[in-house]
Design a protein around this ligand. Structure first.
Ligand code: DSN
Length: 455
C-alpha cells in the first residue's frame, strides 16, 4: 500500500486545482520542471563545482558535448557537471551576470552566503526595514546574521517609495560595508542608479569599497523577461534571488555576480569587489553549505531555459498588466492600497482603513472561499506580526494559469464580497457559512476553467 503521504499529495493537488493562488511569492511550475526535480539526480553527491573554464560564452552544444575537468570531491560527475554548467550558463544569460552560483538551497541561504563572502563580524549593512517591506534575512533581530553583523535600516516614505534621502544620510553617517536593496512587500520599481550614486559617495567618505547587493527574489522573473530594470546593469555587484516566485522554477536560491570568474579551489583571494564571483563560490561551498541538490539544480536549469523563451516575456508582461488592473478594480471598490497601487506583481492592502477589519480574519475568510493570500504587516502596523492590518497578494500564479484582465474584475468583486462579510461577521465567520460557500462554488468554477500546468 502507498504511504499516507501520497494521499495527502493528492489532496493538495485538488486544493491547487480548485482554488486560486494569490500569494505573490508562489507560482505553478511546468511539468518539465517537476520532472527534473523528481529525478534520479537526487541520488547523487556532488560537493564542489563544475569547471569554470572558458566562462563566459559556453554554448549549450559545447556544454553537452564535452566532459569538463571539474572541481568535485566525488566521482561520477559526468552528467551532473553538464547540468550544473547549463544552469549557470542560462542564469548568466538571463540576468547579464559574469557568473552564477546555482547551489543555494534557498533565498535565505543565498543571502547568508553573500554576507559571509564579503563581511567581517561586526560590519555594518544598510538594508530596508522589515516593517516597511524588507525581508527577515535583511537584519531582523531573530536571524543569525543580525547577531553577527550590524544592520542599519532605511524605510519607505509617504508615497510608499524608498526614502532615498534617508538612505543617503544613513550611508554617510554609518561606516557601511554593504548596501542592500531588496524586499518582499514593495510595489515600486527601485531607482538602482540613485542607489549606485549613494554607494559611490559613501565609498569616497569611508575610503573603502562597499558591496552593492540586490535581493530580487520577488521580481526576478520580471527582470529576466526585461519587464523590470536589472540592478546588475546599474553597477550592482551581486544579485540574489529565489527561483520559485515570478521566475517560476523549483523552490531554491541563486546568486548572480559581476567580476572576475576564477577557480573556487585556489586559495582565498583578496576581498575586493572584482573578486566577488570567487568569494561567493567559496562562501556557498564549503563556507555555508555541503552537497548541492542536483535534482533541484536540474529543475532550475529547465526553468531558466523556459525563461529564456519569448513566451516568458509575454507571461511577465501579463503578470504586471493583471496586477495593475486588479489594483485599480480593488481601489474602485473601496480598498486602500499601500503606495496607491502597484508597478510590479504585488499588492498590499490596508484592511483596517479599507473595511475596518484585520488582515488575519480576511486571510481566513478568503481561505474559506478558495482564494489564498497572506496577512502582512503595513509600515507602522499596530497589529504586530500575528494580527497585522494588511494583506499581501499578487498575480504570478494566476497569470500562469491564464487568467486575464476580465478575470481580475471578477476576483476583485469576490474580494469585496468577502471583505463585507468579514465586516458583518465581527469575527464569527460561521454565521455566514452559506454566503462563503456560494462564493467558494463560484471560485471553484472559474479555477477549474484554468488548469494548473502539470496537473
Ligand atoms: N517568504 C517569501 C515571501 O513570501 O515573500 C520571502 O522569502
Amino acid at each position: 500500500m502507498k504511504d499516507l503521504v501520497f494521499d495527502l499529495i493528492e489532496q493538495e493537488k485538488i486544493r491547487q486545482k480548485e482554488g486560486l493562488e494569490l500569494i505573490p511569492s508562489e507560482n505553478y511550475v511546468s511539468a518539465d520542471v517537476l520532472e527534473a526535480m523528481g529525478s534520479v539526480l537526487t541520488n547523487k553527491y556532488s560537493e564542489g563545482y563544475p569547471s569554470f573554464e572558458g566562462v563566459p560564452g559556453w554554448d549549450e552544444k559545447r556544454i553537452a558535448d564535452e566532459i569538463l575537468p571539474n572541481y568535485r570531491y566525488y566521482g561520477g560527475q559526468i552528467n551532473v557537471d553538464r547540468i550544473e554548467r547549463l544552469a549557470i550558463d542560462r542564469a548568466c544569460k538571463l540576468f547579464h551576470a559574469d557568473h552564477a552560483n546555482v547551489q543555494p538551497h534557498s533565498g535565505a541561504n543565498a543571502n547568508e552566503a553573500v554576507y559571509y563572502a564579503w563581511l567581517e563580524p561586526g560590519d555594518k549593512v544598510l538594508a530596508m526595514n522589515l516593517g516597511h517591506g524588507g525581508h527577515l534575512t535583511h537584519g531582523s533581530p531573530v536571524t543569525r546574521s543580525a547577531h553577527i553583523y550590524e544592520f542599519v535600516a532605511y524605510g519607505t516614505d509617504e508615497s510608499g517609495d524608498i526614502d532615498y534621502n534617508e538612505m543617503e544620510e544613513l550611508a554617510l553617517s554609518n561606516d557601511v560595508k554593504l548596501i542592500l536593496v531588496g524586499y518582499s512587500a514593495f510595489m515600486k520599481i527601485p531607482d538602482f542608479k540613485r542607489v549606485a550614486e549613494i554607494r559611490n559617495k559613501a565609498e569616497k567618505k569611508w575610503g573603502h569599497e562597499i558591496l552593492l547587493m540586490a535581493d530580487m527574489a520577488h521580481v526576478a522573473g520580471l527582470i529576466a523577461a526585461g519587464e523590470h530594470p536589472n540592478p546588475l546593469d546599474f553597477g550592482f555587484n551581486v544579485m540574489t534571488t529565489t527561483t520559485h516566485k515570478t521566475l517560476r522554477g523549483p523552490r531554491g536560491g541563486l546568486i548572480m555576480t559581476k567580476g572576475k570568474v576564477g577557480s573556487p579551489l585556489k586559495k582565498m583571494p583578496e576581498k575586493t569587489l572584482e573578486n566577488i564571483p570567487i568569494l561567493v563560490d567559496k562562501a556557498v561551498f564549503p563556507g555555508t553549505q555541503g552537497g548541492p541538490l542536483e535534482h533541484v539544480i536540474a529543475a532550475k536549469a529547465v526553468a531558466f531555459g523556459e525563461a529564456l523563451k519569448p513566451e516568458f516575456k509575454n507571461y511577465a508582461k501579463k503578470i504586471v498588466e493583471n496586477a495593475k488592473v486588479l489594483a485599480k478594480e480593488l481601489i474602485d471598490r473601496g480598498f486602500v492600497l499601500q503606495g496607491g497601487g502597484t508597478e510590479n506583481h504585488l499588492i498590499l492592502i490596508d484592511m483596517k482603513k479599507s473595511f475596518d477589519i484585520n488582515g488575519k480574519i480576511y486571510e481566513k475568510a478568503l481561505d474559506m472561499v478558495g482564494l489564498t493570500l497572506n496577512a502582512n504587516a503595513l509600515p507602522g502596523d499596530t497589529g504586530g506580526a500575528f494580527k497585522p492590518n494588511g494583506v499581501r497578494l499578487g498575480t504570478p500564479a494566476i497569470t500562469t494559469r491564464g487568467l486575464g484582465v476580465e478575470e481580475m474584475k471578477v476576483l476583485a468583486g469576490w474580494m469585496e464580497d468577502v471583505a463585507k462579510i468579514c465586516q458583518k461577521a465581527e469575527g464569527d465567520l460561521d454565521k455566514y457559512e452559506n454566503d462563503l460557500e456560494r462564493i467558494h462554488a463560484e471560485v471553484r468554477g472559474l479555477a477549474t476553467e484554468f488548469p494548473v500546468p502539470s496537473l
